[in-house]
Write a protein that binds this ligand. Structure first.
Ligand SMILES: Cc1ncc(COP(=O)(O)O)c(C=O)c1O
Length: 430
């Protein structure tokens, strides 16, 4: 278990940050830049094993971010690493793919009841952008509907050319709001090509929401009525919530489904799954990349999925998630703090009610969410890595001991927040 008492000094991290600032814009790009995180969060890491990670200064943490999702079975999983290494030694980068591509496509089609084919790339963005392209090519129309605030990748298709500029050809609706979907279809004025929907609502700073049955079935019916393509963005939820796809429990099947993150337990691979009706379109719409055929990550994906099946990995993650959620709720209540934990227990988000007034929905500005910032900083001091405002990701390597260590650290962290914000109302007086 991580040491809860050490000073967690970070001299190597500081030196690397200084060197990085000289040769990398902002010292770091994208959401992995820690400038929005509490000061004691390390920028650089050296190692991961199971549910634990170590920063470059040797400080150990129980990991509740899992590399923003890819780590599903735990870091450096021996079975996955062996499977990938065997391919890397022989057939990783040749003039065409190895056998593993077919094996992985067969496995995905087999476990996904509605899917007839699979297509592979490297990043979630590759898959979501290509899904939109396929929807447009198949329908001969242009408009892609997407939920306001939802993240589908950092390409111009979703974010415009610059952050804040509207993406061409997309029209926004509100998650779980069918009336807004109908309004977006009207706004498309006969040009409705496809509807992109994430497995659940997971914008930063606001409560996560699971899709209602009515909403999921409603978007399916509206796409059918208009001859448009329903695209499930399962990049974030895929393989953590349900091996068949995150909407399988709802009984609502998409036409295309984009995966990345957890599929290869950290090896770079993404996938688009689809129905026969779109196979011809995919066959003619060119998309490729230098490393989209490498077999190491494909072998890793086969090993990840089969290991999850054989070990009931999702059930274990769910049980650990419930233990964590119940334990933290209990400790927060004991300190008279009003918190909300939303979204699936496998991918939790914790919000302090008293932070609501100040929260700003912008990942890249300095955030006025002092209680949750302090809470996560106090956790980090005690060897628990939990992002303050991005949903967490739990791995199958977590043990009850990890969870109980986290709840004990949470107890002390809540106490620190209570002491600092002693004027906050307690839940009883709310
Ligand atoms: C729902 C969703 N879609 C797409 C993406 C983009 O994936 P990638 O960062 O692999 O391009 C992400 C990444 O966080 C995501 O969460």
């Amino acid at each position: 278990m991580p040491d809860s008492t050490n000073t967690r000094a970070m001299p190597r991290d500081a030196a690397l940050r200084e060197r990085a600032a000289a040769v990398i814009p902002n010292g770091m790009y994208g959401h992995q830049n820690v400038h929005v995180l509490p000061d004691n969060f390390p920028q650089f890491f050296s190692r991961g094993e199971g549910a634990h990670i170590w920063d470059v200064d040797g400080n150990e943490y129980i990991d509740y971010l899992c590399s923003y999702g890819p780590i599903l079975l735990g870091h450096a999983h021996p079975g996955v690493d062996r499977a990938a290494a065997a391919e890397l030694e022989t057939s990783d980068c040749l003039n065409g793919p190895g056998e593993k591509m077919v094996e992985l496509a067969e496995l995905l089609v087999d476990i996904t009841p509605w899917a007839d084919w699979a297509w592979f790339a490297k990043n979630g963005t590759d898959a979501t952008v290509y899904a939109a392209t396929v929807a447009r090519a198949a329908t001969g129309r242009g408009a892609i509907l997407r939920a306001g605030g939802a993240y589908h990748g950092s390409a111009p298709t979703w974010m415009g050319l610059e952050r804040g500029s509207p993406a061409d050809g997309t029209i926004e609706y509100s998650y779980n709001d069918l009336a807004s979907v109908r309004a977006a279809i009207d706004a498309a004025d006969g040009d409705f090509a496809g509807l992109m929907v994430s497995a659940f609502k997971h914008d930063v700073f606001i409560d996560q929401e699971m899709p209602t049955q009515e909403f999921a079935q409603g978007v399916r019916d509206l796409c059918d009525a208009h001859g448009a393509v329903l695209i499930l963005d399962d990049v974030r939820g895929g393989f953590r919530l349900d091996i068949r796809g995150s909407w399988a429990p709802l009984g609502v099947d998409p036409d295309l489904s984009a995966y990345c993150k957890a599929i290869g337990n950290g090896y770079p691979i993404s996938a688009l799954l689809g129905r026969d009706s779109l196979a011809k379109t995919v066959g003619r719409v060119m998309a490729t990349g230098s490393y989209w055929y490498s077999s190491g990550p494909m072998a890793a994906a086969v090993a990840t999925i089969t290991t999850m099946q054989e070990t009931s990995g999702i059930a274990h993650i769910h049980a650990m998630g419930e233990r964590l959620r119940n334990g933290l709720a209990d400790r927060a209540a004991a300190h008279g703090l009003a918190i909300r934990q939303t979204g699936p227990v496998e991918m939790p988000l914790l919000i302090f009610d008293a932070d609501d007034a100040d929260a700003k929905a912008d990942l890249f500005t300095l955030l006025e969410v002092p209680r949750v910032r302090m809470f996560s900083a106090e956790l980090a001091k005690r060897g628990v890595y939990m992002h303050p405002f991005h949903n967490g990701f739990l791995s199958a390597a977590l043990t009850k001991e990890d969870i109980d260590h986290t709840i004990a650290a949470g107890d002390e962290a809540f106490a620190a927040v209570r002491a600092q914000f002693s004027d906050d109302p307690t839940p009883e007086t709310n």
